[in-house]
Design a protein around this ligand. Sequence first.
Ligand code: ATP
Ligand code: MG
Length: 420
Amino acid sequence: MKSQMILAMETIIGRDQKDREIYGNRGVIIIGKNLVGEGEDAHLTTDVFLDVARPHVMTICGKRGEGKSFSLGIIAEGLQALTDDIRNRLCTIIIDTQGIFWTMKTPNEKDIMLLREWNQSPKGFQAAVYVPDGQIRAFTSAGVDYDGSFSFAPSELSEEDWLSIFELKASEPLGTLLQLVLGRLPHGYSIADMIAQVGTEEGFEDEKKTLEGMLRNAAGWGIFGSSKMPPLLVPGKLSVMDFSLTPQNVRALMLAIISRRIFSERTASRRKEELMEMEFLGEARVPMPWILVDEAHNFVPSDETTPSSEMLNKIVKEGRQPGISIVFATQRPMKLHPDVLSQCDIIISHRLTAEEDVNSLKSIMQTYMLFDIAKYINDLPKLKGVAIVLDDNSERIYKIRVKPRQSWHAGSSATALPGR
Ligand SMILES: Nc1ncnc2c1ncn2[C@@H]1O[C@H](COP(=O)(O)OP(=O)(O)OP(=O)(O)O)[C@@H](O)[C@H]1O
Ligand SMILES: [Mg+2]
């Protein structure tokens, strides 16, 4: 096994000296190689590993097309490649905003030569791809190989959720009407029940039609039905939740509901684990999730509140105890909520151009770092997948190249050239 060959001083991002002594070389995944030298003279040296034994909060940033989604895929592949004893204590959930991760089942034959340089070969992974129930037709006709579907009961949404997805304020007449309607409905209501209730309200003659229209539109998103969620917290499982055909503010709602469930299930399980450890029976029952969120500035932005803001901030601040890791990928780190960035213990930054984005990264390094992050980023060679890593655990900064994918990455740029 690869990890057994790690020497004492190999680079393990996310692992401090104490954990190196406890775990040695167990519980790590390979993500790339160290990059030594500057600009075009840079060359690859030793392997770079990522600790997965402990929960982490990570951000992967970089401008368009530099390799963020690709790097998320590398983490997902690494978690799948662990030996069963460790893999089964973990699980992975990818929030796929672009519909690019379902191809992880397919071996990356197109990069066979590159993979050979890394002593690897193309390989498909066992990913379970889930799409919203009401969008099955669209995914089927697009040829997406999915494994199941999910839906949400309208009654699972809080009043704030409804106001937020319709972008309404509680104080405006439409918001007031919506709250009145919700307050009168019995538990387990459907959208049809909501529409019927709107019709029976007194007054609000101008608003009734508008709200009815909004509810009909919501029914068309294809996400509402019964409360149906595939099991995500399953030992060793890799789940891809495809949000790509859903409008953005609704995506945030979906992530809010999914992450709420994950948080409460893991918190309950952690309590049991602690009891069992006290009785020396210890074994994790519910695996510790790694949640990978692409285009994360849309889910937990700095300048507004979305339905997922609260829950994601909670995971970032309190996820360590229930053992939840979360990885945010974004083009614009400064557009991520500042609490998210400041709670990150690992940042992988591909090339960034905007100065304000580079400066935003300094927030996690302030306490001890004197490095000029901008210089490090500018010195990166112009190759896809190169990055600097800021590691708060070892209090170090690394230059790396992320390894090639074994499974098919569907995020390549479109090209206008025929046959490319
Ligand atoms: N580590 C890598 N090794 C080799 N090629 C890479 C690597 N990372 C990215 N690439 C190449 O760059 C392309 C773009 O990568 P990716 O889709 O991850 O970009 P992105 O940063 O997520 O962009 P966007 O912001 O548009 O979502 C990939 O399709 C792949 O061809
Ligand atoms: Mg991307």
